[in-house]
Design a protein around this ligand. Structure first.
Ligand code: AMP
Length: 116
């Protein structure tokens, strides 16, 4: 169910503009509004799942689809060879700011570890 007050549901519905790179039945990939790396793409399930805490058995396929989409985005953005980071922040300690699960695909610069 789409949530009227969820910014990512509104992007899925076309109410809010985004630079969409890839779409399939279950997922949408678009550029982050405030990029933290030269390439910063968000991959989201079209259906509202608030966070990893809310993933259920029935989400197995869509969660797999998120990674297939991330792989495609990385290829298209020329990140596959040199490397990139895929991150899903969950909850307050991780700094999740949008309560609709999303993979960050970050690349185009050297990353550091551990993350901040
Ligand atoms: P997180 O902090 O892990 O929840 O990530 C949320 C991300 O969503 C941040 O990197 C924001 O810059 C990004 N973001 C928020 N609103 C939009 C939007 N309307 N279009 C694209 N990216 C957005």
């Amino acid at each position: 169910m789409a949530h009227r007050d969820c910014v990512f549901c509104r992007i899925v519905d076309g109410d809010i503009q985004a630079e969409v790179l890839r779409e399939d039945d279950d997922t949408l990939a678009f550029r982050d509004l405030d990029p933290k790396a030269p390439v910063h793409v968000l991959v989201i399930p079209k259906r509202h799942i608030a966070s990893v805490n809310d993933v259920t058995e029935s989400d197995r396929t869509v969660m797999g689809s998120l990674f297939l989409a991330a792989r495609d985005v990385a290829r298209r953005e020329q990140l596959a060879e040199r490397g990139y980071r895929v991150v899903m922040n969950t909850g307050a300690d991780a700094g999740q700011s949008v309560d609709h699960a999303h993979l960050h695909v970050l690349g185009g610069r050297q990353m550091t570890w551990p993350p901040g």
